[in-house]
Design a protein around this ligand. Structure first.
Ligand SMILES: Cc1ncc(COP(=O)(O)O)c(C=O)c1O
Length: 482
């Protein structure tokens, strides 16, 4: 690869700052002079880099110099034909993939354990969801992936489907048969759109599962901020094929994007890309070493199970991203939520997510041996104070509700609030999301059942963070009707 040791956007920004240009343009803080308190804390340079588009540093709305160059290098590093910088996370990229490749009324096949951005993408695009059945691992209580057979059944139900949407990997690091689904989608002449919010690092080491661009998917979105080292909110949209016109993608992105893209965010993608393109293999070898060591040590602790590659069955779990350090904690007689709280309050450890049964710690290029040892010791100490229980029963998510009204129509329908305990049989007007991991229990337009209401009630009792409803406590829920 050529020029991967350069970061053209970051270099242009540095030149601009070094020139000491006198700014008579937005942002109003003018290199931090108008926001002293923040400048004192963050440092002069950080705020000096927070500029707006101008000739020196190009313009994301119409990139012709350093941003264009930075995006080309990014495309090359991720094995794509084109890369587009995103400054509103993968959420905006998923919206762009759906809006640019689907027309209102088009069918799209997707797994139920999608992130909420895919569900809002359905509302924005007007597409009709056809859900491929997601498997649930009964021992761990987590969603895995739909099998190729589940996708095939979805195509038989909806032969006119024009796209398939996939997670690679899911939040827990589990990937499905990406190649198998690709092949199936090609047979049905459907596009393949991939959510790789948690998979950006997988492009840089052979021990990781296959990536969307490597198997020839049409488009993919990568949260570079989650696993590649760039700043929060920065992501990339990758395009491999020309099944969707580049002009249409550009048009869609410009509808969804601010006209004042943050240079701090964009430059951080540029630098993170350079780092991974030039040293990614070594960095990821170190990350894998840390993750493998931590997993082995945690599995020596009575009552804890750090699950991993042994789950691979070539059905719903084809590969495992070992940087997701998932620990099953129910044998300690506590929920994942409780373990998260205890780690935070007693040991200053903050994990990425917890659910009823598990916690998930992300191991990344920012970790050190000492930090990982601190996590392992904290888990050891908590487990040492617990009585091991023979706990096998896990609270599984209720069955997928029936779709009565398509998401966009449900969004635009009249709605009223009813108490949650009296909402059975109503059509939900909003999404109820357990976050993280961001899997909806019910979506707008779907029938609420007693099982769903019981499940939401259990989540509330365990202080799980629920999102998506107008009532933050979810004592009431909005349903369709006057
Ligand atoms: C699976 C998945 N997809 C998409 C997103 C959205 O990513 P972003 O936070 O970059 O908008 C998330 C965020 O948590 C996610 O978990």
């Amino acid at each position: 690869m050529t020029g991967q040791d350069r970061s053209p956007l970051f270099e242009a920004l540095q030149r601009h700052v070094d020139e000491n240009v006198v700014p008579f343009h937005v942002p109003a803080h003018k290199h931090g002079q108008g926001l002293q308190e923040m400048r004192d804390y963050l440092g002069e340079r950080t705020l000096a880099l927070d500029v707006n588009s101008m000739d020196d540093v190009d313009d994301l709305s119409n990139p012709i110099s350093v941003i264009d160059e930075a995006q080309r290098l990014c495309a090359e590093a991720f094995n794509a034909a084109h890369a587009y910088f995103l400054i509103n996370g993968t959420t905006s990229g998923i919206h762009a993939m759906m809006i640019s490749s689907l027309r209102p009324g088009d069918r799209i096949i997707l797994p139920r354990n999608c992130h909420k951005s895919a569900f809002s993408g359905l509302i924005l695009s007007g597409a009709v969801p056809v859900y491929a059945k997601v498997e649930i691992n009964p021992d761990l209580g987590i969603a895995t992936n739909p099998t190729v057979q589940s996708f095939a059944r979805a195509f038989e139900r909806a032969p006119q489907a024009t796209a398939v949407f996939l997670l690679n990997p899911n939040y827990y690091g589990l990937t499905g048969d990406l190649r198998g689904v690709m092949q199936l989608a090609r047979e049905w002449e459907a596009r393949v759109l991939v959510d790789e919010a948690h998979g950006g690092h997988m492009y840089f080491h052979d021990d990781f599962p296959f990536t969307a661009m490597d198997v020839g998917a049409d488009m993919s979105c990568v949260s570079t901020h989650k696993t590649c080292g760039s700043l929060t909110q920065s992501s990339i949209l990758l395009q491999k094929t020309s099944s969707v016109e580049r002009a249409r993608i550009l048009n869609t992105l410009s509808m969804l994007r601010t006209t004042s893209a943050s240079y701090l965010l964009m430059a951080s993608i540029d630098v993170a890309r350079r780092q991974l393109a030039t040293r990614g293999k070594d960095l990821m070898s170190e990350v894998l070493h840390l993750a493998r060591h931590a997993r082995d040590e945690i599995n020596k602790i009575d009552g804890l199970h750090a699950f991993g590659p042994e789950l691979v069955d070539n059905q719903d779990i084809h590969a495992f991203d070992e940087t997701k350090l998932c620990v099953h904690v129910r044998k300690l007689g506590m929920t994942g939520f409780e373990m998260e709280r205890r780690l935070r309050q007693e040991y200053r450890v903050q994990v990425e997510l917890s659910d009823m049964n598990n916690i998930l710690a992300m191991i990344t290029i920012g970790d050190t041996q000492e930090q990982v040892a601190h996590l392992v010791n904290a888990l050891k100490s908590i487990a040492g104070k617990c009585r091991i229980q023979d706990f096998h029963r896990v609270t599984l998510m209720p069955d997928m509700p029936e779709t009565i009204v398509i998401p966009r129509d449900a969004f635009h329908s009249h709605k009223k609030s009813v108490p949650l305990h009296r909402a059975a049989n109503e059509i939900s007007g909003e999404m109820v999301m357990a976050y993280p991991p961001g899997i909806p229990v019910v979506c707008p337009g779907e029938r609420l059942t007693h099982d769903i209401i019981d499940y939401i009630t259990i989540l509330k009792e365990h202080n799980c963070r629920l999102q998506g409803t107008a009532d933050p406590m979810v004592n009431e829920i909005r349903v369709l009707g006057l």
